[in-house]
Design a protein. Structure first.
Length: 121
C-alpha cells in the first residue's frame, strides 16, 4: 500500500474530513515517526507493532569483484516487530481455509489441561 492509497482508504472511512486535511495528517504522522526514529527513539503502536533502531557494528567486508578487504562503517537499521493483535489477524484462517488447530493437532493437544491421577499401591 502506498501513501496515496492509505489516504484514499482513510478518506473512504471518513468522508466528512477534507482530503487536504487527511493528506496533511498522514504526512505529519509519518514525519513525526521519522523524527523519533532519527532521534533514536522507539515507536510502539499497541496492537500493531514496534519500530526500533538496531545498530550494526563496523566490520571488514570484501569487495566481490576484486576480493580486496573493505572497511564497512557502523550503520543503523530499522527493525519492526509485529504486535500480538496484528500477528493474530495475519494468522487468522481465511474463508475456506482449515483452522490452525485442524492442521496442527499437536498444538491444540499441548494447550489442553490433562489432570494427573495418582495410582494407589
Amino acid at each position: 500500500m502506498t501513501r496515496s492509497e492509505l489516504i484514499e482508504r482513510i478518506a473512504a472511512r471518513a468522508p466528512h474530513v477534507p482530503r487536504r486535511e487527511l493528506e496533511a495528517i498522514v504526512h505529519a504522522v509519518f514525519d513525526c515517526m521519522a523524527e523519533a526514529l532519527v532521534a533514536g527513539k522507539r515507536i510502539e503502536l499497541r496492537g500493531f507493532g514496534v519500530f526500533s533502531l538496531r545498530t550494526r557494528r563496523a566490520r571488514t567486508g570484501r569487495n566481490p569483484k576484486t576480493g580486496q578487504s573493505v572497511s564497512v562503517p557502523e550503520r543503523r537499521t530499522l527493525s519492526f516487530a509485529a504486535g500480538k493483535e496484528l500477528r493474530a489477524r495475519l494468522n487468522a484462517p481465511t474463508p475456506g481455509q482449515e483452522p490452525v488447530a485442524a492442521v496442527l493437532p499437536s498444538v491444540a493437544l499441548a494447550s489442553a489441561v490433562v489432570p494427573v491421577t495418582s495410582v494407589a499401591p
